[in-house]
Design a protein around this ligand. Structure first.
Ligand code: SAM
Length: 427
């Protein structure tokens, strides 16, 4: 008996039993993931083909050897698949995916999936699986059985799945991770955030970008345990959740650079200012003679005091957070161009994707966090000044400025905070 029918993109889902999860608000999440996967799979295939061709030529010792490159398989695991809607859409809308495994712990969910894979004629490409997501991923941690992409879209916090996920994705493969426990990540429960993500969250105007940076830090720390590291492609805050797309690579030497990609956050309780202090990094150590230790780890010297230099109120401390870029500008541009050039109109949230990605592409990557104009003006008891005037003042002073997609009225700039306060006070 079909209880309800849902149409999203080219997929039609029949809900055949109660209690199987479906959230229409996540359509944007699914559309965006399809756009990202289309670009990722294209690039993944090209990278793998180049590697295979190089190896073939080395093995044959013949530069002009016949090209017999085998077809690159691109398999994806949807570890928490519920109705299977996402997997059906991936099968229909990401042609480069060769095989999809759609898993759920719930028998009802897997029964629903089976009906829908047949109904949508994707049963040859999408396989249903009834298993605990972690147990399933652990069975795929050998390099020969890893997935090119793993999608984690749980209720709430994804951290319990990360240990397995970072081990069972291919080198150069993609992790797509959603977190919906925004209250925890946005500073309502910093202790719980530490327990789940290994970082203290803060209640600040930048809480959504901070949530993204906490999640990235958490994935990186899981990856580092297995000499792997992440490269973020796109990190989005939307509605009631965050979603990150990161590539995973292996390399113990690269993992040593992690400390220079992480920082503690000093947050002023008085003026809401945020200052990032890197954990440390690799710097030339002049006292060290041996060439292999030429670049020794030096912890960053503490430069941030207990009190804020703008208003002399106390700092509270949060983090560690990811302090390096949270998007890859080149990749974001490719996704944006693809969405703009897509005439199939299958993505109903296409306009929203274009809007968000255009903003993301402009974000100043070298400036973590931002100020919000309304909060700054409120703090000095003036009516909110026009954004155009603030941005012109910053540009005239010779600094770059951008919005952040994560907050309205955001001002991202490397201009000194004291200068920004002067502009607001002078308004
Ligand atoms: N990705 C789906 C979509 O886009 O429609 C929604 C997934 S829903 C938020 C989370 C699903 O995870 C539920 O169907 C639940 O049964 C499943 N789940 C929870 N814990 C699990 C586990 N340990 N292993 C596998 N599935 C699990």
């Amino acid at each position: 008996v079909v209880l309800k029918k849902i149409v999203e993109g080219p997929a039609e889902i029949q809900l055949v039993s109660d209690g199987v999860f479906y959230n229409p608000v996540q359509e944007f999440n699914r559309d965006l993931s399809i756009a990202v996967l289309n670009v990722f799979t294209e690039e993944y295939i090209a990278e793998k083909e180049t590697l295979i061709q190089k190896k073939n030529k080395e093995n044959s010792g013949n530069e002009s050897a016949e090209d017999d490159t085998p077809k690159v398989e691109v398999n994806l695991l949807e570890a928490l698949a519920a109705t299977g809607l996402r997997s059906i859409r991936y099968a229909k809308e990401v042609p480069n995916l060769t095989k999809i495994l759609a898993n759920d712990l719930s028998k009802k969910a897997v029964e629903t999936m089976k009906v829908n894979f047949e109904h949508n004629q994707v049963a040859d490409k999408v396989e249903p699986s009834l298993d605990d997501a972690c147990m399933l991923m652990y069975k795929h941690k050998h390099p020969a059985t890893r997935f090119a992409a793993i999608d984690l879209d749980p209720y709430g916090c994804p951290s319990i799945f990360l240990d397995a996920a970072v081990q069972s994705v291919q080198d150069g493969g993609l992790l797509l991770v959603t977190a919906t426990d925004m209250a925890v990540l946005a500073g309502n429960s910093p202790e719980t955030c530490y327990c789940k993500y290994g970082a203290i969250s803060l209640k600040t105007k930048c809480c959504h970008e901070m949530a993204l940076r906490i999640l990235l830090q958490c994935i990186e720390s899981h990856a580092n345990r297995y000499s792997r590291y992440i490269v973020p492609l796109l990190s989005i805050s939307a509605d009631f959740y965050i979603r990150v797309f990161v590539k995973v690579y292996s390399g113990a030497v690269h993992c040593k650079k992690t400390t220079s990609k992480l920082g503690m956050v000093y947050h002023c309780k008085g003026c809401d200012n945020m200052t990032l202090q890197l954990l440390g990094g690799f710097k030339p150590n002049p006292t060290e003679q041996r060439p292999d230790q030429e670049k020794a780890f030096l912890p960053a010297a503490p430069t941030v005091g207990t009190h804020c230099e703008n208003c002399n109120q106390r700092h509270s401390l949060g983090g560690p957070v990811w302090a390096a870029p949270i998007h890859d500008e080149r990749f974001v541009t490719s996704v944006l161009e693809r969405v703009e050039g897509d005439d199939t109109q299958s993505l109903r949230t296409r306009n929203r994707i274009q809007g968000v990605l255009s903003m993301v592409r402009e974000e100043l990557q070298e400036v973590p966090f931002y100020h919000t104009l309304d909060k700054m003006c409120g703090r000095v008891h003036v009516t909110c000044m026009p954004m155009l005037i603030m941005r012109s003042a910053i540009l005239n002073a010779g600094y770059k400025v951008s919005f952040s997609h994560a907050a309205k009225l955001s001002v991202k700039s490397a201009a000194p905070t004291a200068f920004l306060w002067d502009v607001v006070r002078a308004w």
